[in-house]
Write a protein that binds this ligand. Structure first.
Ligand code: 1GP
Length: 258
């Protein structure tokens, strides 16, 4: 079993270092814009590229990953919106189960259909408990997943969902307010989840500023994902990277005593 990307994430978490993942939606880039994102990411020590989108209509994914790999050694991690978004060229696959929803197809159905192809791909597989949190307006992920997001003020639901996901064997928990969300996930909710799980916590959706990225890190995010804001303004990569890499977890909430 390949484990290089997961081990990299884990070793950073153990040292208390935060990671910055730049999300690339292959539908929203071309060779020129992608090269500029790669160059800025390389210069700014971005840790990971996440590749995917809720709905993919172009056939640019393989070429996009190959272009990234020809220019940098930053790992490419698939963040698939569906089971057709699998590319053998990537370094790893976030094997997402939508644990915040009650849509059986995204909890296990699509996994069953695609299992032989995923296994044959030779990709590093990272079992990931994926939780969609309300970000203030319906996002592509909430529509496409046909599931209710967790309300943004219900931190206990998020905490229990993440705990259950970890005990089911998920190696990462990914909390997502959805691409372009009005509001990123609150520090309170992140803190509550972070203090009740041991596995790395990924936070994304609606992060546009260094202050928002720092809030997520200080509350307990191990990986901060930014896509939309960078598509609009690639030069943000440098300041976001600096902010995330200099942040530390300011532990707040105590673990639940039962
Ligand atoms: C969405 O978590 C990602 O699935 C990133 O969201 O595009 O809003 O940065 P943004």
């Amino acid at each position: 079993m390949k484990q290089a990307v997961f081990n990299f994430i884990l070793s950073k978490k153990q040292k208390g270092e935060k990671l910055f993942a730049v999300l690339i939606d292959p539908d929203k880039v071309n060779d020129d814009s992608l090269v500029s994102i790669i160059e800025l990411s390389e210069k700014s020590s971005v840790d990971l590229f996440f590749i995917g989108g809720s709905l993919m209509v172009s056939d640019y994914m393989d070429k996009c990953i190959q272009l990234i790999q020809s220019k940098t050694s930053i790992p490419t991690v698939l963040f698939p919106g569906s089971n057709i978004q699998v590319s053998k060229y990537a370094d790893a696959l976030l094997y997402l189960s939508l644990i915040s929803g009650r849509n059986a197809d995204l909890l296990i159905g699509q996994h069953v259909v695609s299992a032989p192809f995923v296994k044959a791909s030779g990709l590093e597989i990272i079992p990931t408990g994926y939780m969609v949190i309300d970000g203030g307006h319906p996002t592509a992920v909430s529509y496409m997943s046909n599931s209710f997001p967790i309300p943004r003020d219900k931190k206990d639901i998020a905490m229990c969902t993440a705990m259950a996901g970890e005990m089911l064997g998920m190696k990462l928990i990914y909390m997502d307010a959805g691409s372009g969300a009005n509001y990123p996930i609150s520090g309170k909710m992140i803190g509550s989840v972070a203090s009740h799980i041991d596995c790395p916590l990924v936070i994304g959706g609606g992060i546009r500023t260094t202050a928002q990225a720092i809030e997520a890190c200080e509350a307990g995010a191990d990986i901060v994902v930014v896509g939309n804001a960078i598509e609009k303004e690639a030069s943000l990569i440098e300041e976001l990277s600096q902010a995330i890499h200099s942040s530390i977890h300011k532990k707040g909430e105590k673990a639940l005593q039962l």
